[in-house]
Ligand binder design. Sequence first.
Ligand code: NI
Ligand code: MN
Length: 230
Amino acid sequence: MATKLTWLGHGTWLIETAGHRVLLDPFLNDNPAAPVKADQVECDFILVSHGHFDHVADAAAVAKRTGATVIAIFEICQWLQGQGVPEEKTWAMNLGGACQQPFGRVKLTPALHSSTLPDGSSGGDPGGFLLSLADGNVYFACDTALFSDMELIGRAGLQVAVLPIGDNFTMGPEDALEAVKLLRPQCVIPAHYNTWPPIAQDAAAWARDVEQQTDSRAVVLEPGQSYTLG
Ligand code: NI
Ligand code: MN
């Protein structure tokens, strides 16, 4: 089964790989761009990049309903336990660390952002995820500014990079284009835009810039659409 990445709007993704379903940054019920609600999604793992509501909103509810294991930085795992997620269904990490999971290898990469949880608790440091899957390496930058260490992340050899282009809260189109030049992925997919007016962007124009100025292919998805690796 080929690895399939489905954009559920904003920063939320469903990754289907090696017979597993991995939900990244579940924000569905209050996400105006989400094509499904939180009670309609099935998964056996959940990744959470940082503590903001538009990334953790439905994490506890989906984890409790599905029994999925949540993989996140230590502080977010602790907070989710306080929301009723069993400790044995959390997998705590910290920046720079990697772990082997049944669906592939997960590395928690740095992000330049903030990470306060919805109730004001500290979410620790924000992160992104470098996933080494059966069909290649996929990097989710998640919410971040541009940073030059993306060049180091790119040395893994990326089949896909998923980058925010919304601006205001994260990198905008110009910096995301610089990020593509540092990461050098085979394919780049934009995310974290058009959810609300402050992050409205012309993704098609950005994709043309990427393909004119880099060797990467740019794929623009609509929420609900998928990209299959290979
Ligand atoms: Ni954020
Ligand atoms: Mn966000």
